[in-house]
Design a protein. Structure first.
Length: 276
């Protein structure tokens, strides 16, 4: 009886925390559906009293959000894919291979995490300027990827080290290469870690403002967070438009989380790791 009461209490606490977290988001959605919302409602509204989508149309068409949205999709997807590939290969090398200077290089990775990104941005900008990569997506993606590889390598290395070596040794004894081990053993068993990394990299890149604002100068190349920042400055009291723009920004992050969430629930097992 006591255990059941404890379970009920835990579920009630979790439900309360979920409701508490959702209330501001629901209020934001409701306000985005109010026309000419120059003042926030005195009492937060959870259930919309009307469904006015004019704010979304005004943001998407009037503020050229369609172009900025596609720019962000391109930059974020390329960054996420490249970071996944480079960090996973790097982590596998540190977790399984022995080579000269391995510990020194890994320590450099770790120490680089202690440097605030804003301090490194000046030197990074100088390097990109000499390479003629300022105001290009290539330069911006290069900074995003280089900034995320070290931390993600550290994260994945710890996960890779938990995978039994016996699985790899059986493949190598059958004539498999390290590439076969990486592709058919390490990656399938690491789907939960890779999904976590993908969500973090995608959301971090998607919402990043300062680096993009520093590197990108042309208006047509702006990413969505820059557009949001400028929109907030230009329409500081038009809450319906600002909240509509904020929701548009949040939709891809929620979509990515839903798509990768099944990797946490059903990550697969070692049975599928040695197929193929």
């Amino acid at each position: 009886m006591k255990s059941k009461l404890n379970q009920i209490l835990k579920h009630l606490i979790l439900l309360f925390m979920v409701i508490l977290a959702l209330l501001p988001f629901m209020n934001m959605i409701t306000t985005s559906l109010i026309p000419n919302a120059y003042v926030l409602p005195s009492e937060p509204q959870i259930i919309p009293k009307q469904f006015y989508f004019g704010n979304y149309v005004a943001v998407w068409e009037g503020e050229d959000f369609g172009r900025y949205f596609l720019n962000s999709v391109f930059v974020t997807c390329i960054t996420t894919v490249l970071t996944l590939i480079i960090a996973s290969m790097s982590a596998y090398g540190f977790a399984r291979l022995n080579f000269p200077g391995k510990n020194i290089i890994f320590n450099i990775y770790i120490y680089s995490l202690m440097i605030p990104a804003i301090l490194a941005l000046v030197s990074q900008f100088t390097v990109l300027q000499r390479l003629n990569l300022v105001n290009t997506y290539a330069g911006l993606i290069m900074l995003y990827v280089s900034g995320g590889v070290a931390g993600n390598t550290f994260f994945l290395k710890g996960f890779f080290e938990t995978i039994p070596r016996a699985l790899e040794e059986s493949v190598i004894m059958d004539g498999g290469s390290r590439w076969t081990v990486y592709r058919h053993i390490i990656l399938p068993l690491s789907r939960p870690a890779l999904a976590t990394m993908a969500i973090g990299t995608f959301s971090g890149t998607w919402m990043e403002v300062f680096t993009a604002l520093t590197i990108i100068k042309t208006q047509s190349k702006r990413t969505l967070p820059i557009a949001i920042k400028l929109l907030q400055n230009g329409k500081a009291t038009q809450w319906g438009i600002i909240f509509a723009a904020s929701i548009i920004v949040l939709i891809p992050i929620m979509t990515i989380f839903i798509l990768f969430n099944k990797q946490f629930i059903n990550p697969g097992g070692s049975q599928g790791a040695i197929k193929g």
